[in-house]
Design a protein around this ligand. Sequence first.
Ligand SMILES: NC(=O)c1ccc[n+]([C@@H]2O[C@H](COP(=O)([O-])OP(=O)(O)OC[C@H]3O[C@@H](n4cnc5c(N)ncnc54)[C@H](O)[C@@H]3O)[C@@H](O)[C@H]2O)c1
Length: 246
Amino acid sequence: MLLTGAGSGIGRATAVRLIAEGATVFGVDRDETGLAETGRIAAEPVAGGGGRWIAHRADLSGEEAAAGVAAAAVAELGRVDALLNVAGVLRVTPMESLRLDDYRDIFAVNLFAPVVLCREVLPHIPDGTGVIVNVTSTAATKAHPWMTGYAASKGALLSFSISLAAELAPRRIRVVPVSPGGVATPLTADKSTYAGIDTSWYARTYPLWGAPGRPEDIAGTIVFVASDDGAYLNGVEVRVDGGSHS
Ligand SMILES: NC(=O)c1ccc[n+]([C@@H]2O[C@H](COP(=O)([O-])OP(=O)(O)OC[C@H]3O[C@@H](n4cnc5c(N)ncnc54)[C@H](O)[C@@H]3O)[C@@H](O)[C@H]2O)c1
């Protein structure tokens, strides 16, 4: 399995869960220390690690870089049973101070990298059982003020996934966008990002526990969607948000 964003948060929790269930995980991230920590956690006896962990440090920004990651994964794995696009970046920017370069940076990671990985890995995904999971966000379809670039990138990834699912259906390769709501990870933890912004707007959107979800909650859904138990899930947004956007 090729998993991006494996060095932190949801990607790390997904890697640990997959390895515990016996999968071989080719984990990609630009953060080498984060990858090492994922490998360490996955190897702990309590994690149950029956699978195999292959760490691959790479920055996914740029077409060549993303294509290089796909080539490295194929060289290592041969067949790619599942492509799990989890890596992502968030920028919080009021419209007044927004720079178009912010959009370009966000789109490079959140949209273009998954698109290039899908294209490059596709010949190596098995017909009948292959699956692509693209991690989008509730921001794809629900208002997330001050995150317009992030929301637009996730909305585009959602649309891309729905159309690609129809395109790949004749090969019986599934494409499923998974949209988390707020999750406690480093992505959202940096409070300085929210300077000058009314964060109470976001605090109001956690009805279930009054707090964001855990990375493991999203990892469980990703693993389910990618497994045989998710065999009839295709081209539909799986929203995992604790009811925050019902
Ligand atoms: N945390 C949330 O509240 C939340 C909500 C909805 C969706 N998501 C999505 O879930 C996914 C995982 O986010 P997370 O919360 O675990 O964040 P995180 O910051 O903990 O993990 C993201 C990982 O992606 C990696 N990454 C970022 N840019 C990269 C690049 N150019 N090349 C290689 N690796 C790169 C980072 O190094 C990091 O390890 C993202 O796509 C995010 O948009 C998160």
